[in-house]
Write a protein that binds this ligand. Structure first.
Ligand code: SAM
Length: 230
């Protein structure tokens, strides 16, 4: 497997069963809804993944743009949401033709770790161009340097226990231990940020940023940042 996009484009088993898949994406959708500023807002979910419950976000805004680099993910999204006129699906390159300052909320959840530092910088420039003045950029599930794959495993077990899929989580972790995910994580790694580094990157890109009190994903040691466009 070449890179992280190829991994997300493959038949991976990161979501350990249907219950995990459902709870995960419901939690993300409800988190996004809490940040939608008004029913006429335009929302962009970058690196949205399967976005199983994007219809909940779409019900709270005027236009929802789902963006993902993985072709297979986009094909699944197109099939799932073909009947929803509020939702459009795009590849990252198709963001170039969006108008400046046309978006109210950009969400990038659990994606920063799969981007190089240069790719992340380029995205901050893009998001700054697309966001209206005062618009919000939410970057979630950022991994700080001290958080290991072991800590992620413990977090998944806790999440499984709290949501009725503990046994599947144990089986899923065993599968993941010998999967392409683990091989890629040790071969090309994930990009890690300290809180100070992330705040500095956001401020340098023209945002006024804070770290949110809690992370939304299952691992509370990961970080979420809220950044306002000036
Ligand atoms: C861990 S999943 C996160 C999905 C969802 N946002 C969530 O929080 O569950 C990472 C997603 O980011 C996408 N991705 C990775 N690199 C990307 C890039 N450079 N541009 C757009 N999407 C990317 C992957 O295809 C994958 O669907």
């Amino acid at each position: 497997m070449r890179d992280w996009i190829s991994f997300w484009d493959s038949d991976h088993s990161i979501y350990v069963n249907a219950r995990h898949f459902d709870v995960h994406y419901r939690t993300i959708a409800d988190m996004i809804v809490r940040h939608v500023p008004s029913p006429d807002a335009v929302v962009l979910d970058f690196g949205c993944g399967e976005a199983l419950h994007a219809d909940r976000v779409a019900a709270a805004c005027q236009r929802l743009i789902l963006v993902d680099a993985a072709t297979k993910v986009r094909t699944g999204l197109a099939a799932r949401f073909s009947g929803n006129p509020t939702i459009e699906i795009r590849a990252p390159a198709e963001l170039a033709d969006l108008a400046d300052r046309s978006i109210d909320l950009v969400v990038m959840h659990s994606v920063a770790q799969y981007l190089t530092s240069a790719e992340f910088s380029a995205l901050l420039v893009l998001f700054r161009r697309l966001l209206r003045p005062g618009g919000l950029l939410l970057i979630g599930d950022v991994i700080p340097p001290q958080v290991s794959a072991f800590a992620d495993a413990i977090a998944l077990l806790n999440y499984g226990a709290a949501n009725g899929f503990l046994l599947a989580a144990i089986r899923g972790l065993l599968r993941t231990a010998v999967s392409d995910y683990t091989k890629l994580r040790s071969r090309i790694g994930v990009t890690l940020y300290t809180e100070a580094e992330m705040l500095q990157r956001l401020e340098a890109a023209g945002f006024t940023a804070t770290r949110a009190k809690a992370n939304v994903g299952p691992n509370p040691a990961r970080m979420t940042f809220l950044a306002r466009s000036g």
